[in-house]
Design a protein around this ligand. Structure first.
Ligand code: SAM
Length: 441
């Protein structure tokens, strides 16, 4: 394929789902740019529209199908427009996407992005294109992503997942786990530092099971900590069973590693955790949190929780509620269980919690978490926090915003501070989601 296959053609990528999908969209943009395509300033200018999708919950898939129907009007206006669907939902639904949205020109799964230029050429010749093979070795490590400029860079360090949680579609749509060699990652991080990124976020479905054959996740953290120009290191999402004592020590000892962890709990009932095949008990999760807090007293903890999984009784739900009260997470993403075709739960377990009961449990846990997040954030009133400035606040151009080390969004009056700088801000007010600061000194 010629380097200039895309001469004069502009693409626009829309991303649904997790940070891994954002990172994949940057990868796709990199592939297209290296073939001579250009990023369009907006959707109207695009010759190629790519929707990068998520399959984790049914709701996400329904939203994409609705959105694809809306995008049909661009095809009506411009019959040469190419519309593609990529990512996890593409892999999950396969040709059913074309049945649901016949105006879609290509469908490409997470291991076949290299074929984007071929897919576009086929579409321009009038042929629909599907590439849904999973490739155990594909890590794309020599492809330069087209990153959005900013303070924070996403860096995928491993792809796929071996955990086989019964509720989760990820292993079926992203394949088995494989890690990128440490040398390639370190070269990329050095480049990120040169490009002015102050923060790097390491990504993987179970990011801390990273192993390139010789180096584990802790080795990688230590090595990145030594790279000049990188000021903060984060990672998502670790799996509780892969948190080693070495990793906790490294997080405690190395200054650039943020004292924040997103540690999916899923349920506070050991019975449900077993049905989910999470490989830890509620007690083990709690002990892990206690151990981490002992070694890292300022650690902020976020989590994921699923309400209404197969077989979840009121007693199981109360166990989750109680664990959330005990741990006091800083933040949480909370979901109703959504059966996903192909998963073990879908095949073998009854989705037996009625929808209204799932809704009630979800609302109860959200209300509890909102109260806890507010109490934790109000506890910071009067304290000084260090914020890495990201830029103008979306809500008020007179304010700047950024994140604390503990990943709390902080908004404060515009001063001379610029994106990429660290400022000390005194917390004057707080909601459960945002800290509001006084002018930095
Ligand atoms: N790999 C990570 C893990 O399991 O630790 C996160 C994967 S997923 C993209 C993010 C979250 O979505 C999960 O932690 C889980 O809480 C939620 N999730 C996954 N499958 C789900 C399902 N079938 N129904 C509802 N929530 C789900």
């Amino acid at each position: 394929m010629s380097e200039n296959a895309g001469y004069n053609k502009q693409f626009h990528i829309e991303t649904y789902g997790c940070q891994m999908n954002l990172s994949d969209s940057e990868l796709m943009a990199g592939i297209l740019t290296s073939h001579g395509y250009r990023a369009a300033d907006n959707l109207e200018d695009a010759d190629i529209i790519i929707v990068n999708t998520c399959a984790v919950r049914e709701h996400a898939e329904k939203r994409v199908i609705g959105h694809l129907a809306n995008l049909n009007r661009y095809k009506q206006k411009n019959p040469n427009l190419v519309l593609g669907v990529c990512g996890c939902m593409a892999q999950h639904m396969k040709e059913k996407i074309i049945e649901a949205a016949p105006h879609v020109d290509f469908v490409i799964g997470p291991d076949a992005y290299r074929n984007l230029p071929v897919a576009i050429s086929s579409a321009l010749e009038g042929d629909a294109f599907l590439d849904l093979k999973l490739d155990k070795t594909e890590v794309y490590f020599e492809i330069e992503p087209s990153r959005e400029a900013g303070v924070r860079a996403w860096l995928t360090i491993m792809r796929g997942c071996n955990k086989m949680c019964t509720f989760c579609i990820v292993p079926y749509v992203r394949g088995r786990e494989r890690s990128i060699p440490i040398a390639a990652l370190l070269a990329e991080v050095r480049k990120l530092a040169q490009d002015g990124f102050a923060e790097v976020v390491l990504l993987g479905q179970t990011v801390n099971s990273y192993h390139d054959g010789q180096h584990d996740f802790s080795d990688l953290l230590i090595a990145i900590n030594g790279i000049e120009g990188i000021e903060r290191i984060r990672f998502i999402s670790p799996h509780p069973v892969d948190i080693t004592d070495k990793m906790i020590d490294v997080m405690a000892r190395y200054d650039k590693i943020c004292k924040h962890i997103h540690l999916p709990l899923q349920s506070g009932s050991t019975k449900i955790l077993q049905t989910m095949r999470r490989n830890y008990t509620a007690e083990e999760y709690l002990r892990l949190v206690e151990k981490m807090r002992e070694k890292i007293p300022t650690l902020a903890i976020g989590t994921d929780i699923i309400a209404g999984f197969c077989g979840e009784t009121e007693e199981d739900f109360q166990a989750t509620y109680h664990l959330v009260e005990t741990v006091r997470f800083d933040s949480a993403f909370m979901f109703k269980y959504s059966p996903r075709e192909g998963t073990i739960a879908y095949r073998k377990l009854a989705d037996d919690v009625p929808p209204e009961e799932k809704g009630r449990r979800l609302t109860a846990i959200i209300e509890l978490q909102e109260r806890i997040s507010l109490e934790i954030n109000k506890g910071l009133l009067g304290q000084e926090v260090e914020v890495l400035v990201e830029g103008e606040s979306k809500r008020d151009p007179n304010q700047l915003c950024g994140k604390t080390d503990s990943f709390k969004t902080t908004v404060f009056p515009r001063d001379n501070a610029k994106a990429g700088q660290f400022v000390k801000v005194k917390v004057a007010d707080a909601t459960g989601h945002t800290l509001f600061g006084e002018e930095p000194k």
